[in-house]
Ligand binder design. Structure first.
Ligand SMILES: *[C@@H]1O[C@H](CO)[C@@H](O)[C@H](O)[C@H]1NC(C)=O
Ligand SMILES: *[C@@H]1O[C@H](CO)[C@@H](O)[C@H](O)[C@H]1NC(C)=O
Length: 402
């Protein structure tokens, strides 16, 4: 500290420091590069292909060593083909898509149908998607699949993040994906909030949010109505937090299918809190193949959940083996342990409200039912247990078979 500085009293140092901080944040804000997609040639008319404008804006944002915001104003932007946003050569510390408009795919499903993803982000860090809507126009592909035709393409996931870090998706709406709506794969530190997902209740393979091989993913304040899982949780998911979510119709929040492969990473530390399920196939599900596997599910908490007329409100199914093929021995190697169901209330659409069907080779351990109250309108609600070990506390209805 020099002579002059040492003469400052404490009282005068503090305001100077505040001024300094204000000055710094003003500079930081003023150097955020704002890139308007219209100035890259995008047309908000829903019919002009705006792919090049989006790719050019991404390149410009990447090339800058400042943070960037890519502005997508109101309107419809046609993005008919698969687009990859890659981060390997990005200099930017953070890129935000600030979207007021809607990104639309082609209504001809053949154009995107063979692609894995419509919009995919790979090896990016610090990317945020704020607002906006994605309309993948998947309904004609669903119709092809529902008609039982064998030559339908599998379809593209609408939005995926792969091998990425520090991701935020806030206030996005995703409509009518061909396949999954949002996939988080191989990522770390992902915050999803205020997302709305909508597809028909009978649309095939349209999972809302799929997470796998990822750590520290949080999903808050989200509403999902779709034809497959609301949230599906794949191998290698750790420290997943889901809070204040509405599902349904859907196939529920599903850990699995797991254990298809012998060598597979486990699922660990998953919390679902404050969830509501409306109709549909499942509420809270853990599902594994009846196949040899080193996979596992450990430390899962389901807290404060309401069920409205759900076919399987609570279900562990370790005997998944469609058409009874490729399941040598017909038992699952996946070890399920420490799963808590606390404060689960509401109605089941079938008599078996609690179904714990675990592996004969690896019984479920540490299953805990606490304050569970599920009724069925037409019949007496029941529990089913097979190879499940655990305990109950508080009021549990239907009477537990643990
Ligand atoms: C479990 O995950 C949450 C985030 O979802 C994290 O805050 C917590 O520390 C994790 N617990 C353990 C024991 O790792
Ligand atoms: C279980 O329910 C009872 C009665 O509604 C309540 O007093 C208690 O706090 C609940 N326990 C938990 C762990 O939520």
């Amino acid at each position: 500290m020099d002579e002059a500085a040492s003469c400052f009293s404490r009282a005068s140092v503090v305001p100077i420091m505040i001024l300094f901080i204000l000055h710094q944040s003003f500079i930081a804000e003023s150097t955020t590069l704002v890139l308007n997609i219209l100035s890259f040639g995008a047309k908000p008319n829903g019919v002009t292909d705006s792919t090049h404008a989006f790719m050019d804006a991404w390149s410009a944002a990447c090339a800058s060593s400042d943070s960037s915001t890519i502005r997508v104003p109101n309107g419809m932007y046609l993005l008919p083909t698969a687009m990859g946003f890659k981060g390997d050569n990005c200099k930017s510390p953070g890129i935000t898509f600030w979207i007021d408009g809607t990104l639309v795919a082609s209504s001809d499903y053949q154009i995107l149908g063979q692609a894995d993803n419509w919009l995919s982000f790979e090896t990016v860090t610090g990317v945020s998607i704020i607002g906006g809507a994605l309309d993948a126009k998947g309904s004609s592909l669903w119709a092809c699949k529902l008609a039982g035709s064998t030559d339908c393409p599998s379809g593209a996931t609408s939005l995926s993040f792969t091998n990425s870090k520090n991701i935020r998706i806030d206030g996005l709406m995703s409509l009518n994906s061909q396949m999954y709506h949002i996939v988080i794969n191989g990522c770390q530190d992902v915050h999803i909030q205020g997302v709305k997902i909508i597809a028909a209740g009978n649309s095939p393979n349209t999972d809302g949010i799929h997470v796998q091989l990822s750590r520290n993913v949080a999903i808050f304040d989200t509403s999902i109505k779709t034809g497959d899982d609301c949230v599906s949780i794949g191998p290698g998911t750790k420290d997943l937090w889901i809070e204040h979510i509405s599902c349904g119709p859907s196939h529920g929040i599903s850990i699995g299918s797991l254990g298809k492969d012998l060598e597979e990473e486990g699922v660990q530390n998953v919390t679902v809190k404050d969830a509501i399920f409306k109709g549909g196939q499942n509420g809270l599900r853990i599902k594994s193949w009846a196949r040899p596997s080193h996979g596992f599910v450990q430390s899962v908490q389901f807290l404060d959940v309401v069920m409205h007329n759900v076919q399987n409100p609570i279900i562990i199914d370790q005997n998944y083996c469609p058409h009874n093929v490729n399941c040598p021995g017909q038992v699952s190697g996946v070890k399920v342990s420490d799963v808590l169901f606390r404060n689960i209330q509401g109605t089941s659409a079938t008599a078996i409200a609690v179904n714990l069907d675990c592996s004969a080779a690896n019984p479920c351990r540490g299953i805990k039912l606490e304050n569970v109250s599920l009724t069925c309108k037409k019949q007496v609600a029941q529990s089913y247990c097979s190879n499940a070990i655990g305990k109950t506390s508080g009021l549990v209805h239907p009477t537990s078979c643990l």
